[in-house]
Design a protein. Structure first.
Length: 123
């Protein structure tokens, strides 16, 4: 899948650089989720210095344990958000978005790998 966003897209506030005018609020929410993974809780608990997101534990666990791992974590966070005060619920939902994004990344890798195999190759 081709990348559709500009380099300048990621910022802490609605940036106005969105490729899709009128979707700045959505851009801002995704940026908050990225910030949470890159700077917040995700970085503190799950990343190692120098590793890009797709090499971090969140993606490697999906590759090792299957897609259910990320989907379970996202579901757990969504369920938890239901009982929390709104500000805390937002953080849980942003974390769920990151788990789902990691799942999409690994799914796209699998599709690319499947498409690169010849008909005679076996798994």
């Amino acid at each position: 899948m081709e990348k559709i966003f500009k380099e300048e897209l990621c910022c802490e506030n609605t940036c106005g650089e969105c490729v899709f005018p009128g979707y700045e609020a959505l851009c801002d929410i995704f940026t908050q989720a990225i910030h949470r993974a890159a700077v917040g809780k995700g970085r503190e608990r799950h990343s190692k210095p120098g590793l890009v997101f797709e090499e971090q534990m969140i993606c490697s666990e999906i590759r090792e344990e299957g897609h259910g791992a990320a989907r379970f974590q996202a579901k757990k966070k969504i369920t938890e958000a239901k009982r929390l005060p709104k500000e805390e619920a937002i953080l849980e939902l942003l974390d769920a978005m990151v788990y789902l994004a990691a799942d999409v990344i690994v799914l796209q890798e699998e599709i690319m790998e499947e498409e690169s195999k010849t008909p005679y190759e076996e798994d």
